[in-house]
Design a protein around this ligand. Sequence first.
Ligand SMILES: [Zn+2]
Length: 233
Amino acid sequence: MLPILATPKYDMIVPSTGEAITYRPYVVREEKILLIAMESNDENQIEQAVIDVIQSCVESPINIDDLTTFDVEFIFVTLRSKSVGEGIKLAPKCKHCEEVNEVKINLEEVKVTNLENKIDKHIKLTDDISIDLKWHTMKDRQKELRNDSETQTVINMIVASLETIYSGEDIHVVKNATDKEVREFVESLNTDQFNEIVEVLANVPYLSYDMDYDCEKCGKENNISLNGLTDFF
Ligand SMILES: [Zn+2]
């Protein structure tokens, strides 16, 4: 019988819940899944690969469908930092002279921005109707990516973000309502109410890393802010 390679285990904290989870770094099997997804250049396929890798590597019971997009992104970058030895190399172009530099970034320094400012996700729409919003899950985002016009995308975003609707004494848990009902509710909002919701949702926490470096060729300073998941591949 061939030997089994032991994999180390680590703990990390899920940003939105503060819950500790145990994971192992990913190995060649998972690296392969990620590479194939990257080559496809398809955002949905990349996100699906990330979800699959998290499901294989996280050993604590988690329901990935309930995690926010920034949880999933942060878990992935943390897994990646332990799997590829913390540093990854990027090749940004200098904004002054266009020279391509090689810059190493430390994935352990990637932060979740906006997490500390506790955003109030309760909004009073009228004297007797108010709502609770929730941050998006990866699944919500995947549903949206499929979509049409910009207005339609914003409507979809709000539909996916409604958690509870309070009407007088009644409490409606939105996930128990039909998609059609929720859509009708969102489409009946007036402009002020709509904008207030959009404003709250714009404060969603996100991954960030400030890449500051001096260009090797012209010596000038570059400051690039990295945010999305694919920035850290
Ligand atoms: Zn330069």
